[in-house]
Write a protein that binds this ligand. Structure first.
Ligand code: UDP
Length: 245
């Protein structure tokens, strides 16, 4: 076990669906509390943490568009959903004494501050967890892209993508028993093979900015902290040898 964390500053991306727990919709507070505890552990290691939460547990713009509705309005609704989730995570973090602030890409001053790169960096330097709400603030994007964008803007050493499984597999491990888990894979390989880790725009942005993506299971209690200590199960998506290796 290393005492020093392998990354100094990271962005954690969790999908909205991860917050649902066993429910079919909305927020299971016990799950948000557990993710908050994992973030607290990362903070106790001295790691600066930014977080992007999706909104798929509440709303997705494509759902409106697929029924003939207006995609842009649908995406606005999806971005609002990410703000709801971000406020829930801030509450869970504050409850356990972790200082956290929500910065939204869409101004809503009664609820939270607006995002600026300067303010985000200042808060992270102070050791506050910064939750980036509202995605990129633009329709036709996803919170995966928002996570890659914010990671680049704040100079994160890595982007942690919490998924349903503990890394990147050659096939769906739930459907194919012979699926193998990669320890390491390039951004290029992920894009070429269409491996569904994050959307292509997010992976391309991470690649251009030389940001490794750490794919791990968001459901494993303590998994985030374990990786930061140089342990745990994960796949590194990186073109150059990553600091984790
Ligand atoms: N969204 C958007 N622009 C962004 C980020 C999100 O329009 O920059 C909308 C989009 O409708 C998306 C929804 O917000 O479907 C929820 O985000 P996402 O699907 O990325 O959430 P996740 O799948 O991670 O829960």
């Amino acid at each position: 076990m290393t005492s020093k964390p392998i990354y100094r500053r990271v962005v954690l991306k969790a999908s909205g669906e991860a917050l649902m727990g066993g429910q079919g919709f909305g927020i299971d507070v016990s799950v948000v509390d557990r993710i908050a505890a994992d973030i607290a552990e990362a903070r106790s290691l001295g790691v600066e943490v930014g977080v992007v939460i999706g909104g798929g547990n509440i709303f997705r713009g494509v759902a409106v568009a697929s029924k003939g509705g207006d995609r842009v309005t649908g995406d606005h609704m999806g971005m609002l959903a990410t703000v709801i989730n971000s406020l829930a995570l801030r509450t869970s973090l504050m409850k356990i004494g972790v200082e956290a602030v929500v910065l939204s890409a869409i101004a809503m001053p009664e609820l939270c501050e607006s995002f600026s790169q300067r303010q985000a960096t200042a808060y992270m330097n102070e050791g506050k967890v910064v939750i980036f709400a509202g995605g990129t603030g633009n329709p036709f994007f996803t919170t995966d892209s928002a996570a890659a964008l914010r990671a680049a803007e704040i100079g994160a050493d890595a982007l942690f993508k919490g998924t349903q499984v503990d890394g990147v597999y050659s096939a769906d491990p739930y459907k194919d028993k012979n699926a193998i888990r990669y320890d390491r894979i390039s951004h290029e390989h992920v894009i070429r093979e269409g491996l569904s880790i994050m959307d292509t725009a997010a992976i391309a942005l991470a690649r251009e900015n030389n940001i490794p993506i750490i794919v791990f299971s968001i459901h494993e209690k303590g998994g985030f902290g374990a990786i930061l200590r140089g342990e745990g199960h994960y796949t590194v998506v990186a073109d150059e040898p990553a600091a984790a290796e």
